[in-house]
Design a protein around this ligand. Structure first.
Ligand code: SF4
Ligand code: SF4
Length: 179
């Protein structure tokens, strides 16, 4: 019969509309910004730089190898490598980024920088309320904006962060093992 599909669609709409008054999981609208829908664990938007311990400089995992800068499709990462070295998370002296900027007005959240980083040093964040009133450089995130603790990483992506910790611990143990 002509129109059966439309009637079925309207029945689904009515069932959800009436059901939303009685069943919470049918209520898909939240009163933003007073309320916020919980984000799924694998939600991602822009990258950040996890650091170990309390000090963002000492604990920064990034060694300024620039692989992410080269691989970023829209070229929105800008890194200047340090001339000196600092100890990394296992005490080995490493270069670090003197400058690490990401222009998030250009970033397309593809996560390629995360995939190519050999040091678990860049991960995807969940912060999305980033609009600014200024126009010039407003969305240019500098190293001080991007560095966030490993504890923070555990709060936003607990499963992934636990896997990364295990990988880093295994890599550190393998390096310490006598040949
Ligand atoms: S998420 Fe993609 S676009 Fe954004 S900085 Fe990383 S590689 Fe570049
Ligand atoms: S974030 Fe990773 S890939 Fe990018 S420069 Fe640092 S260590 Fe290299």
């Amino acid at each position: 019969m002509i129109g059966t599909g439309v009637l079925k669609g309207m029945a689904v709409t009515m069932r959800n509309f009436v059901g939303s008054y009685f069943e919470e999981d049918r209520l898909t609208t939240v009163q933003y910004p007073e309320e916020r829908a919980p984000l799924p664990e694998n939600y991602r938007n822009f990258p950040f730089l996890p650091f170990d311990g309390e000090d963002p400089h000492a604990g920064l995992r990034c060694v300024a190898c620039k692989i992410c800068e080269k691989e970023c499709p829209p070229q929105c990462i800008y890194i200047v490598k340090s001339e000196d070295k600092k100890p990394d998370y296992i005490g080995k002296p490493q270069f670090y980024p003197k400058v690490f900027n990401i222009d998030i007005s250009v970033c397309m959240s593809c996560q390629i920088c995360v995939e190519v980083c050999p040091f678990e040093a860049i991960k995807m964040d969940k912060v999305f309320e980033l609009s600014r009133q200024e126009r010039f450089d407003a969305l240019l995130m500098r190293k001080s904006d991007l560095a966030k603790s490993n504890d923070y990483y555990h709060t936003i992506h607990p499963t992934e962060a636990a896997e990364v910790d295990a990988n880093l611990a295994a890599a550190a143990a393998a390096k310490k093992k006598p040949a």
